[in-house]
Design a protein around this ligand. Sequence first.
Ligand code: ADP
Ligand code: MG
Length: 344
Amino acid sequence: MGYRQAPKKVLLSVERLRKHFTTGEAPAVERASFSLGEGEMLALLGPSGCGKTTTLRMIGGFEEPDDGTIILRGKDITRAAPETRGIGFVFQDYALFPHLTVLENVKFGLRKLKRAEAEARAQEMLRLVGLDGLGNRRPHELSGGQQQRVALARTLAMAPPLVLMDEPFSNLDAAMRVETRQEVRKLLKATGAAGIIVTHDQEEAMAVADRIAVMEAGRIVQIGTPDEIYRHPVSAFVASFIGRSNILTGNANGMEVTTEFGNLPLSRAANGAVTLSVRPEQIMLEADPDGPASVVGREYRGHDQLYWVQEGERCMQVISGAGATIEVGQRVRLRICDCVVPLA
Ligand code: ADP
Ligand code: MG
């Protein structure tokens, strides 16, 4: 699916962006830097309050940065008015005009075009998002997912090189969210537009983005492909926010580390005292009446099961196949069966 394409021409470059709202509180955004290639899809991912929306609003021009620069296609737009930036924005509530039809909503941004041209372009956009035939309806006559697509069609009609989306799927139910996010990714790729999507949902970020920028307390703490972030998290925060993680300590010696679970291979070389991340699916669980650990919790998840296993003072999360179930209270033995990741 092209997660690892050759580096594209830089479209947007954000350097050391800063925004401090309230004296006495930490800045909402601090030294945020990243760049985005033409047509690339980036997710800004992090817990509520970490500065995602503020970052997006500064790029869109709805919030003025205290410091830092925003360069779009070589032009400094840091303090340019939003409507002069040529950047599309899809709002969380879609912001459709309720009294206009679907077609009129999509035509709204095309007032500079000749009438027939605007009509043709809007029809083409509705076809692209799979809503041709619904152009005469009003927004309230559409489902949430369809309204989302109208909002996207309206934005894409203006052919922006970049579309900003703030939690765009949060008003949709779970099944609709999965379907719509794949469509949005496809549509952006089809039109060649780059996208920045803000989300607090790690699964969503991994599903739609070419790269993910993880934010923590106003700062971007890691940026990389979904695979890089999942397999090589730089900190305990990233390891636990992107998927589940068990955090251990150990003593590293090159590519090996000594832990309470024995000597284990490392994903990269390290030396001395280290903190380690072990994914729940990297641990094997064996029923053993003489085992040193016991199952204290279990969640059946259909495709697999998530266990909480207590060994001494430590509680480990383990994911294992849906087949053989080990009941809560049973004695078990844990075996780490993969290389573990040293954290920074
Ligand atoms: P996120 O989108 O990641 O949830 P935000 O960017 O909305 O986070 O907010 C980051 C921080 O900045 C929060 O502490 C929030 O309360 C604060 N904040 C956001 N907007 C404003 C504002 N207009 N005035 C004052 N504080 C704000
Ligand atoms: Mg937000």
